[in-house]
Design a protein around this ligand. Sequence first.
Ligand SMILES: N[C@@H](CCC(=O)N[C@@H](CS)C(=O)NCC(=O)O)C(=O)O
Ligand SMILES: N[C@@H](CCC(=O)N[C@@H](CS)C(=O)NCC(=O)O)C(=O)O
Ligand code: FES
Lengths: 104, 104
Amino acid sequence: SGLEDTVKKTIVDNPVVVYSKTWCSYSSEVKSLFKRLGAETLVIELDQLGSQGAQLQKTLESLTGQHTVPNVFIGGKHIGGCTDTVKLYQKGELESLLSQAGAT
Amino acid sequence: SGLEDTVKKTIVDNPVVVYSKTWCSYSSEVKSLFKRLGAETLVIELDQLGSQGAQLQKTLESLTGQHTVPNVFIGGKHIGGCTDTVKLYQKGELESLLSQAGAT
Ligand SMILES: N[C@@H](CCC(=O)N[C@@H](CS)C(=O)NCC(=O)O)C(=O)O
Ligand SMILES: N[C@@H](CCC(=O)N[C@@H](CS)C(=O)NCC(=O)O)C(=O)O
Ligand code: FES
């Protein structure tokens, strides 16, 4: 579909993409982690897009199997949510993923 | 108002009260902390109450100044949100608050 192509293009064109909701603390946590690491990040706030936001969330679910926010991509690859991203950071694996994707 | 009296009675009648939203991870975190500590907890899911939920959230805001979830009370006292509760736990102060309130 059109939205699937949009998402596929967005995650390839940007080193880090976070699909988020402005009022969600888990989304804020992952956004501030990337900020602290100096990673070039595209943030898409699903609750700021009207009905497109809900459609985009459904598209993300069909592409990744994940209906929750935050939904994180690095270098075109689906990473998962907040806990997944933080776990990679704690294992020391996030920084090399970011540099390989050209985000840092 | 009627709702203010309801909240005041609820927080006095129950040792621990958590106003929560079912799909919010910060709410889940604080609920599972109290479960792990074996604290007798009343959980009120604001998103399961229809229009009452939004009214209740407004009432909590006027009583506590806090419009966010989770909204935590122990022994009738307003504690705050998830980060406030976790900080008390990390400082070793949460357990004595719970036992003083008769939750454990
Ligand atoms: N472990 C996941 C949890 C994700 C999660 O449950 N997100 C919530 C908001 S914090 C959500 O999208 N809830 C909507 C739903 O469950 O439908 C993560 O770390 O991202
Ligand atoms: N630091 C607070 C954060 C609370 C917070 O921002 N909660 C969010 C959901 S995770 C909320 O209620 N957002 C609604 C809003 O901001 O209007 C806590 O630990 O509880
Ligand atoms: S909505 Fe509460 S942590 Fe996401």
